[in-house]
Ligand binder design. Structure first.
Ligand code: ADP
Ligand code: MG
Length: 475
């Protein structure tokens, strides 16, 4: 590939600097991308030059377009019969999401992509492959199966992308990945993108990448717009605490992470029985169920997604107000990933981790990784009735809270005067629900006075029906 492509021929801070084909520029405009994100500005020229690239940047910084745009540009310039490009991602949701972003950017081009993931019938994927799409996006397991069954011809692959490469390891994909690499032509461009850089990935990168252009942006640090910290609690109070948090006016949408699939399912069921619009996303669900859960959350049909790490990896939903780590993540890196679900695309967000006595080691390790202390939030006052989440719902019959009237540590304090932040949500027009994909938008600007996380209003609002702060939505 010629290096002339990277020449700057217009303003250096818009996409014009890359001289993309007009059809691609049109796709960019349609997607609403005006300015390249730092990771994009730093990697696209080298990608266009055909170099191997390693791009490390926190979640939500735009890595997908960083590799997709140069790939699309190249396919427009040098069309060919596919598959030419292989993009591997550790989860099905992520593969679908990458595919969707490529489709959006490639909307005005002839380029075709297809997704190769497990858990769905093979037939459709095989038919799609027969149309020789230039790009295949898949998870290692299904891709390897298809290569071994000779359904996926990889002889033409000259560009490989490993996205969220760090998770290829925790998910045990390394052996499959090595087999896939063995099947691909040696002469190819390799692009590796990741949010964190554990040792195992460094090793793979050393094996895989040749004289790479390496870009490392603020590794392991959460986005600045995210206000994050911990609540110290004990295990039995977690559900009540969660209920209080979800009742905050500035909490229009939340992802709640649990340690196990079983806990995710159980907690989602409990919240649902409480009258909240909650749905689980966990690995025991069928692919169809997972897609319905994700789609419903994206479109605002559900306010709360209760997920395990694996199921939620890399998912991009704009405008999530809260991330709640109901259980602490396994590793400090996972912490960055999880809390990166909020505050995406420059929006602000809050991330709250429930920590018990047993989690002290985790707190220390995470603070070491971040190089700073985690903020300790004052837990919101918990409505005693909220602690009994497991009781069957009496929808719409909540009673006014007993202990709400100004008592308690936080009841009258800074967490209280938050109503300004939810005005938009309450007028019934601003919550962006029900629209197209990625239709979520932040439902308020109450963040600045939300510090401390206090001031639960669950009791009061429950009386009015649905306990969220947003208006009853069209169903
Ligand atoms: P990452 O892979 O780094 O976690 P994503 O690629 O999922 O992040 O991007 C996060 C969000 O930012 C997506 O919704 C994406 O569409 C959006 N985005 C990416 N690049 C830009 C850009 N240049 N301008 C505006 N939005 C962008
Ligand atoms: Mg990504």
């Amino acid at each position: 590939m010629s290096s002339a492509r990277a020449q700057i021929d217009s303003s250096a801070d818009d996409f014009g600097q890359f001289s993309f084909h007009p059809s691609l520029e049109k796709g960019l405009a349609q997607a609403g991308f005006q300015t390249p994100r730092p990771i994009q500005a730093a990697t696209i020229p080298a990608c266009l030059d055909g170099r191997d690239v390693m791009g490390l940047a926190q979640t939500g910084t735009g890595k997908t377009a960083a590799f997709s745009l140069p790939i699309l540009q190249r396919l427009i310039e040098e069309p060919g019969r596919g598959p030419l490009i292989m993009i591997l991602a550790p989860t099905r949701e992520l593969a679908l999401q990458i595919h969707a972003e490529i489709e959006e950017l490639a909307r005005f081009t002839e380029v075709q992509a297809t997704t190769l993931i497990g858990g769905v019938p093979l037939g459709k994927q095989l038919r799609a492959l027969r149309r020789d799409p230039e790009i295949v996006v898949g998870c290692p397991g299904r891709v390897l199966d298809l290569i071994q069954q000779r359904e996926l011809d990889v002889r033409g692959i000259d560009t490989l992308v490993l996205d969220e490469a760090d998770h290829m390891f925790d998910m045990g994909f390394l052996p499959d990945l090595r087999r896939i690499l063995g099947a691909l032509p040696d002469d190819r461009q390799n692009l590796l993108f990741s949010a964190t850089m554990p040792g195992a990935i460094r090793n793979l990168a050393n094996d895989l990448l040749e004289d790479p252009h390496v870009v490392e942006l603020a590794p392991s640090a959460p986005a600045e717009a995210i206000e994050h910290g911990v609540f110290e609690t004990d295990p039995s109070r977690k559900t009540g605490l969660l209920d209080a948090l979800l009742s905050n006016d500035d909490c229009g949408s939340a992802i709640v992470f649990t340690r196990t699939k079983h806990r995710a399912k159980r907690l989602a069921d409990q919240l649902d029985r409480k009258g909240r619009r909650a749905v689980a996303l966990q690995g025991n669900m069928s692919q169809g169920q997972r897609q319905r859960a994700m789609g419903g959350f994206r479109e605002g049909k559900f306010d709360i997604l209760v997920a395990t790490d694996i199921a939620a990896r890399g998912i991009d939903v704009a405008g999530i107000d809260y991330v709640v780590n109901f259980d602490v993540p396994d590793t400090p890196e996972t912490y960055t990933h999880r809390i990166g679900r909020t505050g995406r695309a420059g929006a602000s967000g809050r991330a709250i981790t429930f920590v018990t006595r047993e989690d002290r080691g985790w707190v220390r390790a995470t603070e070491r990784m971040l190089g700073e202390k985690l903020a300790r939030f004052d837990p919101p006052e918990v409505d005693a009735s909220a602690e009994a989440l497991e009781r069957p719902a009496r929808r719409g019959q909540g009673r006014p809270s007993r202990n709400r009237s100004g008592g308690g540590r936080n009841g009258s304090g800074r967490g209280r005067n938050r109503s300004g932040g939810s005005a938009k949500a309450k007028d019934g027009s601003g919550s962006g629900r029900g629209g197209s994909a990625k239709s979520r938008s932040r439902s308020g600007s109450g963040k600045s006075d939300a510090r401390g996380g206090g001031g639960s209003r669950s009791g009061g609002r429950r009386r009015g029906g649905r306990p969220g702060s947003r208006p009853a939505a069209p169903r």
